[in-house]
Structure formats: C-alpha cells, structure tokens
Design a protein around this ligand. Structure first.
Ligand SMILES: [Zn+2]
Length: 228
C-alpha cells in the first residue's frame, strides 16, 4: 500500500490541477476577450463554417500583446490582440488570419485543446511519480531521468499535434476555397518577424515545429491530394 501511495497522491494532485487550470483559463478568457467582428474575417469564417456544415464559427479576441492563436479547452477559438493588430496594420492578410483560425479549429476538432490542459497538469504529477519510483531504483540520477523522459514525451505529443492541426487546416482551407498559399506564407512572415526583432519570438511559432518542416508537410499532403 505504501508503495502505491505516492502514485495515488500524484494522480489526485493531477486531477485537482486539471480542474483548477480549466477553471482559471476560462475565467481569464471570459474577462479579457470580445467577439471578433471584422467583416472580412467573418466572411472567411462563414466560408469555413459552410465547408464544415456548421451554422457559424465564433472567434474571440484575447486582449494580450504576444502574437498567438489559442484553442481553449471548452472549444472556443481566440486570436490575440497583438495578432489582430498585425492584420489591421496590413502585415498579415485576412486569408493568413483564416489559416490560423483553421489551425486552431483543428486542435479543437481533434481533441488536442482539452488533452493539452490535461498534459499540462499531468506532466508535473507524472514527473513527480516517476521521480519517486526511479529514485528508489537508481538513487541520484533517477530524478533526472524521470524529468527527461517526461519532457521528451510532452515534446513529441505537442509536435504531432501541430502537424495534425496543420493538415486539418490545409484540408479545410482547400474545401472552403481559400487555399493553402496563405497558410504557408504566414509561416515565412512569422519567421521573418523573429529574425528582425531578436528575442521577440511570436508565441505561435515558439510552441510549433520548424517552419520549413511544416511547409514541406503541407506540400506533401497537396501532392497526395492531386494524385488521387
Ligand atoms: Zn498549434
């Protein structure tokens, strides 16, 4: 019994953390967001909604500066004020914004956004439980191995999520008649932004795989669609 106690405690801790994170995220987003009303973007969203047989796709603006798109655990899509400003300034086109919305829709449709919150709270708990178990088998470096294993698993999971969300977006943008050109050009723009202002990496790129790899993955999909 004593041996499984740390694991049980870790699971309970993870559950509590998950509930708390979902509640805190929802409260923060409710307090600091408004619905997106830009007519050009609404029109593109309506086209995507039609392609998905949905009445409409609701997008919200989250009042923070870092350039980012988010999919909340409850399925709502958010674009940050900083990202929206880039669109209003003409740095990012309406189609490019639509590609971000499509990517975030992919995270929601594929169940990533909910799982990610579980991952986030579960990671700490898993790390703790693994460290306790491994620490007993290999004193000293057991903790270090547990930490490495957990991070590796998390990185792998989020990477495959990004490729899946990109593929979903490519299919949706193609079906809606918007096309994938904007999806690819946005990656290049965000990367240029990173290089011109060192240190200010857009959050949306930071949590995602390499730009060249993402473009290559989209092109591979397109080649496959053209062949069939
Ligand atoms: Zn993503």
């Amino acid at each position: 019994m004593l041996k499984v106690l740390p694991i049980l405690l870790a699971i309970l801790y993870a559950l509590a953390m998950y509930r708390f994170s979902v509640w805190r995220t929802k409260r923060e987003l409710d307090a600091r967001s408004t619905e997106l009303a830009d007519p050009r973007l609404r029109e593109l969203c309506d086209r995507m909604a039609k392609a998905l047989d949905l009445a409409r796709i609701k997008v919200h603006i989250y009042e923070i500066d870092p350039v980012n798109g988010l999919a909340a655990p409850d399925g709502r899509i958010f674009i940050t004020r900083g990202f929206y400003r880039k669109y209003r300034n003409g740095d990012v086109s309406a189609e490019e914004m639509a590609s971000v919305i499509a990517h975030e829709l992919g995270h929601v449709a594929l169940g990533h956004s909910r799982r990610r919150m579980i991952d986030f709270s579960g990671q700490n708990a898993l790390r703790t439980a693994l460290a306790m178990v491994l620490g007993r088998i290999i004193p000293g470096i057991g903790v270090w191995i547990a930490s490495g294993l957990t991070s590796l698993l998390a990185a792998r999971l989020s990477r495959s999520d990004e490729y899946e969300a990109d593929a979903y977006a490519s299919a949706l943008l193609t079906k809606a008649g918007i096309g994938t050109a904007a999806q690819k050009s946005l990656f290049g723009k965000l990367e240029a932004l990173t290089q011109s202002r060192s240190g200010a990496v857009p959050a949306w790129l930071m949590s995602h795989p390499k730009t060249a790899d993402r473009v290559a993955a989209i092109e591979k999909l397109e080649a496959k669609w053209l062949a069939t």
